[in-house]
Design a protein around this ligand. Structure first.
Ligand code: HEM
Length: 520
């Protein structure tokens, strides 16, 4: 009898402690954090627990088609932030489930924050780390502290322009295959092409080739599984930040986990084969492939904190990070560029003239080391990333209490820097803020004449700024040059303007363009 009573008491104690934990994480802890943020001077829409402000955020115009082709997109893609900005200004708090977020669209505040916290001491929101674990693992995007410093030191040299140059031929190869397909379609009487999918899969192929090589059979399988994983994760309607919400999507979560494990296993094979190959050819100091994985494998040595070496598990996470961080962002920059050039055909002519002047007449003789001389193309890219930034926000998490301008941001608060809002802020850019005017970058290549240097952040800021941006510059210029040399294009009447956010900023209904082959 005594034993039974004891067991009963243990079970009861277990359930009481579980109940307390649930109550604490779903209600007490968020309630205290909410009070603290209010006490520290931050206002914002009232949350309900455990959903926070998610209900209002779900009421978006996702997929709605806009009659007029406006570039004034902030209230389209972030209607809830736009409403809350009108009520609370450019700095306010909101809640994703039980996670507090500080919304920032004030460049001066971001500048002060950046001065206050060095890159190494920034956190990345734990809630997103958990949610996107199968995509990024503990790779560079999610790493923090000394781990981040070590990874960044090993990875940065791989993105040196001299290393990247060797990848130009991989980019030309994939792009040419895509353009041959387009030429065939045009010649067979189908000049209308849906370019978003085309560009995204070509950019996926380019990033896979430049990151880990896909000629090897395992590399190709990894590429297809990575694409599947992305579809699985982002087709799910998830309640990020809401405790136990994963249970509602258990099937999808299991599928993502399974795909993640299969991808890791395939990468392990690719990496093991490379390591074996590498040691076999070490004496001859041969780099077998011109990709990032080969360069990272070459970067080894040191111990402890200064260990300039990535384990197989770390290399797997970095390859996944490059794939997910690098291909859609670049593909969307190109897609939005084609939209804008399809409308502003005078810029197609200007860019073609520039290509002729810098690279000459013959595509087969192009010297891609001269890409940096394509200045106007650089302005076009910057202007496209201003109006339609592929990465629409930058995220951080406080790892200690941070005081800025007399306001204390409590430890653990997530920060959401709204890049779309700052890039469309009339107070920063003037009356013509929503017009496509690449020439604004002519006399100010870095900030396009924005009245605050932190008002233009397509690649983030501070020490955590995008490590892959030079690869993007190169890929963007190569792909666009090859397109412009073979085709002229206009926007199809079938295009439906509907910018939306699905992790990145994309056209919800794709981008159909009408192509015409140029005579050489
Ligand atoms: C148009 C193309 C791209 C855009 C708009 C973009 C944007 C960004 C942004 C906004 C960040 C966050 C910066 C911050 O937190 O301050 C970032 C980080 C990062 N990006 Fe990119 N990116 C692009 C292309 C690429 C490519 C091609 C790669 C790699 C192949 C890449 C790899 C990374 C990595 C690894 C980080 C994490 C850096 C760190 O935290 O130290 N990105 N990117």
């Amino acid at each position: 009898m005594l034993v039974e009573e004891a067991i009963g008491l243990v079970i009861m104690a277990f359930f009481i402690s579980l109940l307390f934990k649930v109550l604490f994480s779903c209600w007490i802890s968020p309630f205290l954090a909410h009070k603290k943020l209010k006490r520290n001077g931050f206002r914002g829409p009232t949350p309900s627990f455990p959903l926070g402000n998610i209900s209002e955020m779900k009421r978006t115009s996702f997929g709605r088609v806009f009659e007029c082709l406006t570039h004034d997109i902030h209230s389209i893609v972030f209607p809830y932030f736009s409403r809350w900005q009108a009520a609370y200004g450019k700095i306010f708090t909101y809640w994703l489930g039980t996670e507090p977020f500080l919304y920032l669209a004030d460049p001066e505040f971001v500048k002060m924050l950046s001065r206050e916290v060095q890159a190494k001491y920034w956190g990345k929101p734990s809630v997103f780390k958990r949610d996107r674990k199968s995509m990024f693992g503990n790779g560079l995007v999610m790493a923090e502290g000394d781990e981040w410093v070590r990874q960044r030191h090993v990875i940065t040299p791989a993105f040196n322009p001299s290393n990247l140059k060797a990848m130009a031929s991989l980019m030309v190869e994939s792009t040419t295959q895509m353009l041959d397909r387009w030429a065939h379609l045009v010649l067979s009487g189908h000049p209308q092409i849906e370019v978003e999918n085309e560009i995204t899969s070509t950019a996926g192929e380019i990033i896979a080739k430049t990151s880990f090589g896909i000629d090897h059979i395992s590399g190709r399988q990894v590429f297809h599984k990575l694409r599947n994983l992305q579809m699985t994760l982002f087709k799910t309607n998830r309640l990020v930040g809401v405790p136990f919400a994963g249970i509602l999507n258990a099937g999808k979560a299991r599928e993502a986990k399974r795909l993640g494990e299969e991808i890791d296993e395939l990468f392990r094979e690719v990496i093991t084969a490379r390591r074996e190959n590498q040691s076999a050819t070490a004496a001859a100091e041969v780099v077998l492939q011109n990709d990032l994985l080969s360069l990272l494998l070459k970067e080894s040595g040191g111990e402890g904190k200064l260990r300039r070496w990535l384990s197989t598990a770390e290399l797997i996470d970095e390859c996944k990070t490059f794939f997910f961080g690098g291909h859609e962002t670049t593909a969307l920059a190109l897609t939005w560029t084609l939209l804008l050039l399809g409308i502003h055909t005078e810029w197609q002519i200007q860019l073609r003239d520039e290509i002729k002047e810098v690279l000459g007449d013959k595509e087969s003789d192009f010297d891609f080391t001269k890409l940096s001389q394509l200045k106007k193309m650089g302005w076009v890219m910057s202007e496209v990333l201003r109006l339609y930034p592929s990465a629409p926000n930058v995220q951080r998490q406080a790892r200690r209490d941070i005081t800025v301008n007399g306001l204390t941001i409590p430890n653990g608060t997530n920060m959401w820097i709204d890049v779309v809002a700052m890039h469309h802020d009339e107070a920063l850019w003037g009356e013509q803020v929503n017009e496509f005017r690449p020439e604004r970058f002519e006399h100010d290549e870095v900030a396009g004449g924005c009245s605050h240097k932190m008002g233009y952040l397509p690649f983030g800021f501070g020490g955590r700024m995008c490590v892959g941006r030079h690869l993007t510059f190169m890929e963007y210029k190569i792909v666009l040059t090859l397109i412009l040399c073979r085709f002229s294009f206009t926007l199809s009447p079938d295009y439906c303007h509907s910018p939306c956010i699905m992790l990145s900023l994309r056209p919800a209904h794709g981008l159909p363009l009408i192509f015409r082959l140029l005579e050489n």
